[in-house]
Design a protein around this ligand. Structure first.
Ligand code: CUK
Ligand code: CUA
Length: 626
């Protein structure tokens, strides 16, 4: 059987790539080459658009010692984390815990992060789908990343100086936040779509009256991370993106029927996109045209509301084919692309026109047929859109202007389709969400990998495929399969020049909040009848003291500073049988509070292999019986 398989694989490679390609495959190439190309054709040469300067087939290989050109930030789905992946190598560089706990980084173990998680609802997990980089002037400023928690209706902020989550807001009045976007061009708000309709407030009222349920569109202040306002709408809210000028936010709605079961949700032939007029909403809040619910101004944006009856409605409802999925706004800000999901089309909404027309449906500028199950669209900056086709397991590349100039539903602007493996959700091209996309690479986040990898049990990895798109003039080519731990939804890419992480901590960033403990001021101080404060420095290869003594039952607050000035020398603090686990980076201080319940001797040890004497880096906690 093994032989059979090998032969079939060989024939597949031969068929796909031609003889030269098959020869290339034997020479150890990762992928088949396009027809007519020989391995030497693709050895070097200058790929355009700021690529690593290699060909389509091999350009994603980043040699040892060299670095990727782009940061990719992946949402981790129900793992709750963000993953940092280099593009084009697809190497995983870091994981940033957000809604989960992560022992390797001490996240959810030290006082600060565990209090943050506690105050944000004290859930042990989250389901993050949509990472968004903060913007200044429509470009990534490298300051923050914002991401939603679909499961618990939260939005978190990751500080990109330290690649660390620094704030989480549990948005009031909503159960779930799905679509999430920053408001371009200057991140005035982080916007979140409440997907599930529920009573407002959800306190036991109206539980048996689904027609009284409501969905809310929320705006969070990116600095204070407080909910600024919310808008009540008809139907539900799936995904959101914004125009480039700070006025429009566009959300898709797949359940205009307001049904509670799938038959009802898919009953009607039409649903809609909702176009939020942000300045008009702000004006309504300023004028006091809202109802306050749980401390948040809630503006009525339902179709029949007063605020929607005049010439300047706060929400415009645009009819679309049934059950649309994603909304993405193109780089020039002219069109919002609303993927059909159940319709094989993408609806193009003209954002220059939406404020001008009486009937917002007149702003629909195109509705190309692209294939079955269109979910998400991305851009190369050269006039092409790429739409993922969930049902067809393909990525369709199509011409934006051609679609805009054709009769609705009649155009076929598709230039090319690329098979992917299998069932793609989001796709993203380099910097496609900015005003100036870089083309070159596209990642297809495929939901199913089926037979693509060694079997690892019934729960399969996803498959993120790296596709070379160049400047959009050449054919697409898959150059790498990359198994992904379940379950990424979306990703965002930024050129490495736009992200400037610190390599050690800057203690000025926490001055006044936490002490900086040196060897000299290490020690134990009794702070109450049954509480002590232990302060310890850490450096290669010792803590500030070799032992310390507390009394049985003491509440121990422990503050540990890593006094190293050198990058990549991390010290950990593990205390056996006390669930204590800190990871302290150079120049950082972390604190943990625990109770010394059981008398005895406990060996504190360092968890990061920091020097040849790492194993000797220990301290003794003596808990005297009371
Ligand atoms: S959703 Cu997952 S594939 Cu949450 Cu952006 Cu479309
Ligand atoms: Cu410090 Cu190991």
């Amino acid at each position: 059987a093994g032989l059979e398989l090998d032969r079939r694989d060989f024939m597949k490679a031969g068929a796909a790539a031609g003889v030269a390609g098959a020869a290339g495959a034997f020479a150890g190439c990762q992928t088949a080459l396009p027809e007519g190309k020989t391995p030497s054709d693709s050895g070097g040469g200058g790929g355009g658009g700021g690529s690593q300067g290699a060909s389509a087939s091999h350009g994603h290989f980043v040699p040892p010692g060299e670095k990727d050109e782009y940061y990719g930030f992946w949402s981790g789905g129900h793992s709750g984390e963000i993953r940092v992946i280099g593009i084009p190598s697809m190497r995983e560089l870091q994981r940033i815990p957000v809604f989960n706990t992560e022992p390797a980084r001490g996240y959810g173990y030290d006082d600060e992060s565990s209090e943050m998680l506690e105050q944000a609802g004290d859930y042990t997990w989250g389901d993050n789908h949509h990472p968004n980089l903060s913007e200044t002037d429509g470009d990534y400023d490298g300051e923050y990343l914002y991401v939603n928690d679909k499961a618990n209706g939260r939005i978190a902020r990751v500080n990109l100086k330290y690649f660390e989550t620094d704030a989480i807001v549990d948005v009031p009045n909503v159960q779930c936040i799905h679509g999430t976007s920053v408001l371009s061009p200057d991140t005035k708000y982080v916007l979140g779509n409440g997907e599930f309709r529920a009573p407002l407030p959800n306190d036991g009222r109206d539980v048996n009256d689904p027609e009284e349920y409501t969905a809310l569109f929320s705006a969070v202040d990116p600095e204070s991370m407080e909910t600024a306002w919310q808008v009540k709408v008809d139907g539900n809210l799936d995904i959101v993106d914004t125009g480039k000028e700070g006025r429009w936010a566009i959300s898709s709605c797949y359940n205009s029927e307001e049904a509670t079961e799938i038959q009802g949700m898919t009953r009607d032939d039409r649903d809609y996109a909702k176009v939020f007029d942000i300045p008009a909403i702000e004006q309504a809040v300023e004028d006091g045209n809202y109802e306050e619910v749980n401390g948040v101004p809630v503006v009525d944006g339902t179709r029949e509301s007063d605020l929607n009856s005049g010439d300047e409605p706060i929400v415009r409802y645009v009819s679309t084919p049934k059950s649309p999925h994603c909304v993405e706004v193109g780089p020039d800000g002219k069109y919002a692309f609303i993927a059909g999901k159940l319709s094989p089309t993408v609806t193009m909404l003209d954002l220059d026109m939406i404020g001008e027309v009486d009937d917002p449906t007149e702003a629909v500028a195109g509705r190309p047929k692209v294939g079955l199950g269109p979910l998400h669209t991305t851009f190369d900056g050269n006039g092409h859109a790429y739409t993922s086709l969930f049902i067809d397991s393909q990525v369709a590349k199509w011409d934006i202007e051609e679609a805009a100039n054709a009769e609705l539903g009649s155009s076929d602007p598709v230039i090319e389709k690329q098979d992917v493996h299998y069932n793609p959700g989001h796709i993203q091209a380099l910097e496609a969400m900015t005003t100036d996309p870089d083309g070159e690479w596209l990642v297809s986040l495929n939901k199913l990998s089926k037979d693509r990898f060694l079997p690892v049990g019934p729960i399969h990895p996803d498959n993120d495929q790296l596709i070379h798109i160049g400047d959009g003039e050449k054919e697409m080519e898959i150059v790498a399969d990359h198994p992904a731990y379940p379950e990424p939804h979306d990703c965002v890419f930024a050129h490495r020049d736009k992200i400037n992480p610190a390599t050690t901590w800057d203690k000025a960033d926490y001055e006044g909040e936490k002490p900086f403990v040196t060897a000299e001021n290490s020690g134990v101080e009794r702070t109450g009848d049954s509480s002590v404060h232990v302060k310890a420095s850490s450096k290669r290869s010792e803590y500030g003291m070799y032992d310390f003594t507390v009394q049985e039952g003491d509440e121990v607050r422990m503050t540990v500073t890593n006094v190293e000035g050198v990058r990549d020398i991390i010290h950990g603090v593990a205390i056996p049988e006390h669930d204590v686990n800190l990871a302290v980076a150079p120049q950082d201080t972390r604190e943990v509070t625990f109770t010394a319940d059981d008398p005895g001797v406990y060996w504190i040890y360092c968890t990061y292999f920091c020097s040849a004497l790492h194993l000797e880096m220990r301290s003794r906690m003596i808990v005297e019986p009371s």
